[in-house]
Design a protein around this ligand. Structure first.
Ligand code: PMP
Length: 461
């Protein structure tokens, strides 16, 4: 009752403390490992992305298979985080394991193509509808390559992004709108980059702002996800894609569609499902089944313009083949072999049907819980992905997310999930299905979410 006097925030705080204490008590080995990790890793784990888990520290993984993870304390989790999409094919998928094992024995990286790459190139063109492809080692690198190419062929410097976006370690995209003005996202260091010169940012779904930003004709490319997935899921408004394509064409601006996450919409991503016409298409993460890889594909006209600037190399003339895109390990034999396995055997129409059906079941069950407890929350489902948000309706842009977000409830829910054997992406409450996710896995979430909602209502948070 003291909590009620102090308001819901104090109640949530107390509940987070309780969940974190429960987590620490039931995860002694992970707690000890984390304490050790902090002695020699800059931010505790081998990647700084591993430190955000709401229990207070990450679980250390003993084994992951399908959509299940077992930690070193012996707990089993249903994994809807799936490595923040890197594991969308499921953990340890048989086809990738087989392809990788065979290729490991035949050499992984030699800066020469293997014959499997021919199949991969043909499949990428067939699946995503763009003719010319390049592999990278990450989606970040694919976006960097796309931006560089856009600048080379337009002679312009600016990149337009949408507030609340995330495209990897891309300096141009580390900006957001705050009270109508561009500023660095999350207080990220400008890294020596003059953002006023190279970046411009508008709100998602805002056609007028986009048209105004493109009108001066100094933007090399628009870099966008077809719907936003990194600041809560923000659905795209009807007609927005048509408006973006018309405005980019009218102003000679390239359109780069980043499908690193939205490849969860279908075998050809959101682009193929909805007939988008990007100049450059980017993906990564899941595309080689968890082996590091990114891809970018160019439209015919864009490739022709690039070849005008950077022609094919004639080895007799000792021409440089360096045009500013790194990646010695990109497109190596191991990546190609695993990418082939993914495209041929895992990211198939049939598996997508199942994944999307599971996401629908998860969303329906969560909506039923919300309705039963009359909570002002909502669920968005798009393809094989769903999101629970603590607001009554989906946001239209990042400003609405920022104004209404309940970060404290998110932390509480995520800590509760970890204690109850559910993993979701630690940044917001997003669920991703893999081909191995079963109705029983989804039902397990429904039970946990029901207990959380009952607790939230009882505590008045
Ligand atoms: N694009 C999008 C849309 C992403 O969500 C991410 C990562 N979350 C990236 C690119 C970068 O991927 P990576 O960190 O694997 O380079």
């Amino acid at each position: 009752n003291n909590d009620k006097a102090a308001g819901p925030a104090a109640a949530v705080d107390r509940l987070i403390d309780a969940e974190q204490a429960r987590f620490a008590a039931t995860h002694p080995r992970s707690a000890e490992a984390w304490a050790r990790g902090r002695q020699h890793f800059l931010y505790g784990g081998p990647s700084h992305w591993m430190r955000r888990w709401a229990g207070g520290f990450p679980v250390y993984v003993e084994k992951a298979e399908g959509c299940h993870v077992r930690d070193i304390d012996g707990h089993d989790y249903v994994d809807f985080c799936l490595g923040d999409t890197g594991g969308m094919c499921g953990h340890a998928p048989e086809a990738v394991t087989r392809a990788a094992t065979e290729q490991l024995r035949r050499g992984t990286t030699h800066m020469m193509p293997t014959e499997d790459s021919l199949w991969v190139g043909e499949e990428l063109a067939r699946r995503f509808g763009l003719p010319y492809w390049t592999l990278t080692t990450s989606a970040t690198d694919a976006n960097r390559g796309a931006i560089r190419i856009a600048r080379m062929i337009t002679g312009r410097d600016k990149v337009l992004v949408f507030s609340g976006c995330y495209h990897g370690g891309i300096d141009e995209a580390h900006v957001e709108l705050h009270e109508g003005r561009m500023r660095m996202r999350n207080m990220i260091h400008p890294n020596g980059v003059d953002h006023a010169r190279v970046s411009t940012v508008v709100q998602f779904n805002d056609v007028a702002a986009l048209e105004a930003a493109l009108a001066p004709g100094d933007v090399a490319c628009v870099l966008m996800e077809p719907l936003m997935t990194n600041f809560g899921m923000i659905p795209v408004a009807d007609g927005f894609h048509q408006a973006v394509r018309a405005a980019t064409r009218r102003t000679g601006t390239l359109l780069v569609i980043d499908e690193t996450h939205t490849i969860s919409c279908g075998p050809g991503g959101y682009t193929r499902l909805h007939g988008l016409e990007p100049d450059i298409f980017v993906a990564g993460k899941a595309i080689a089944g968890g082996i590091p890889a990114g891809i970018f594909g160019l439209d015919e006209a864009i490739a022709a313009r690039l070849w005008d600037v950077v022609p094919h190399v004639n080895p007799r003339q000792r021409q440089s083949s360096h045009f500013g895109i790194g990646g010695t390990l990109a497109g190596n034999a191991l990546t190609i072999a695993t990418m082939r396995a993914v495209l041929e055997e895992i990211l198939t129409p049939r598996n997508y049907e199942n994944m999307i059906a599971r996401a629908g079941e998860l969303a329906d069950a969560a909506r039923a819980v919300i309705a039963r407890h009359a909570l002002p929350w909502h669920v968005t489902q798009i393809g094989a992905r769903a999101e629970i948000m603590f607001t009554p309706v989906p946001p239209r842009n990042a400003a609405e997310v920022a104004a209404t977000r309940r970060g404290d409830l998110e932390t509480l829910l995520h800590a509760f999930y970890m204690n109850e054997g559910i993993l979701v992406t630690p940044f917001h409450t997003m669920f991703l299905m893999c081909p191995a996710t079963t109705p029983a896995d989804v039902a397990r979430h429904a039970g946990v979410f029901e207990r959380f909602a009952a607790m939230a209502r009882a505590q008045g948070v």
